[in-house]
Design a protein around this ligand. Structure first.
Ligand code: PLP
Length: 346
């Protein structure tokens, strides 16, 4: 099976399992797991921040960040199709008591003027305590729903400027920030620079079995650790899995360019296939989003699955394919053949 549904399907390599088997461990709640501490220090270093906290999932990482940035009644500004807005079970409302102002981004990317547009214009008849307090701007880089699109440093900096001028803080959901760095050549820490907190995933394209980290200032991460514990994320001898994440960080970042090239090759072949529409401009990293125009996405992915290629339907005609550690160029070629067979009704 060639599984292109997500880069979360990656399996630990033998060398990664070896590192996990021999990892020194301790109690994470007591802040005594040496492997967790080493992973946190390394993540903070790569992202250019003071501190980091290792958590079980990217969702928990985003949500402890949101909770740390806000108080109930506040408003978070983000793209309408952000993972934090649509894929985290309504956690912003449930756990932080925060409303979301949903920006209509372009392939997930919005600008400073969009942020301005979400804010009330002050007037004596429209006092600031009337509307929810705009508190944090959240940016997803790369943007999953947008097709794995990368935010430019210019746009990030303009949004950061506007957020700052209105007293708002900044959070980046960088689940795939590694891919933004690999594809653009801009180091992760440059993308992270203007942001108070950044969440990164080890369990996606990096290929580790479990975990994410939230990085930021010591003050904010200390506050976030309180919410990690509150949400049930204090996970004892977590060094066993942190070792997989640390291994991935040191050994798998450098190969992400292969995934970007494979996504490009797949998208270009799809663009030449009748019955498929793909916007090549949005194919910037390891994700390919395309529309099947001649049949329902559900039937299409079922047909592909029967022939050994697994992809994710989204909506009536949308399909997502993601490249990762387990996929080689030969697999991409097989997948293209399967797509064409299914569309031809063979
Ligand atoms: C996968 C993902 C997350 C959350 O990660 P989980 O570990 O699945 O909770 C957050 N943001 C984005 C953009 C993602 O793709």
């Amino acid at each position: 099976m060639i599984d292109l549904r997500s880069d979360t399907v990656t399996l630990p390599t033998p060398a990664m399992r070896e590192a996990m088997a021999h990892a020194p461990v301790g109690d994470d709640v007591y802040h005594e797991d040496p492997t967790v501490l080493a992973l946190e220090a390394r993540a903070a270093e790569i992202l250019g921040k003071e501190d980091a906290v290792y958590v079980p999932t990217g969702t928990m990482s985003n949500q402890i960040a949101l909770r740390a940035h806000t108080e109930p009644g506040d408003m978070a500004i983000m793209d309408a199709s952000a993972h934090m807005a649509i894929n985290e079970g309504g956690a912003a409302a449930a756990l932080s008591g925060v409303t979301i102002a949903r920006m209509a981004g372009r392939a997930g990317i919005f600008g400073a003027h969009d942020v301005e547009g979400a804010l009330e214009v002050p007037h004596p008849f429209n006092p600031p305590n009337h509307s929810p307090r705009p508190r944090v701007v959240c940016v997803e880089n790369t943007h999953n729903s947008g097709g794995g699109t990368i935010w430019s440093l210019e746009t990030l900096s303009a949004v950061a400027e506007t957020a700052g001028s209105h007293g708002m803080t900044l959070h980046m959901d960088g689940a795939r920030l590694w891919h933004a760095a690999a594809a653009s050549g801009v180091p992760e820490r440059a993308f992270a620079e203007r942001f108070d907190t950044v969440s990164v995933c080890f369990s996606k394209g990096l290929g580790a079995p479990v975990g994410s980290a939230l990085v930021g200032s010591r003050t904010l991460i200390t506050r976030a650790r309180r919410f990690k514990q509150m949400y049930g994320g204090g996970f004892r001898q977590a060094g066993v899995i942190a070792a997989g994440a640390l291994y991935a960080l040191e050994h798998h970042r450098e190969r992400l360019g292969e995934d970007v090239a494979n996504a490009r090759a797949f998208a270009e072949a799809l663009a030449e296939t009748d019955g498929i529409e793909v916007d090549l401009a949005t194919v910037q990293t390891n994700i390919v989003r395309f529309d099947v125009t001649s049949m329902e996405a559900g039937d299409f992915v079922d047909g592909c699955h029967d022939r050994g290629v697994h992809m994710l339907p989204g909506g009536r005609h949308g399909v997502r394919a993601v490249m990762h550690l387990g996929i080689e160029r030969a697999d991409v070629e097989v997948a293209v053949g399967v797509v064409r067979e299914v569309l031809a009704g063979a």
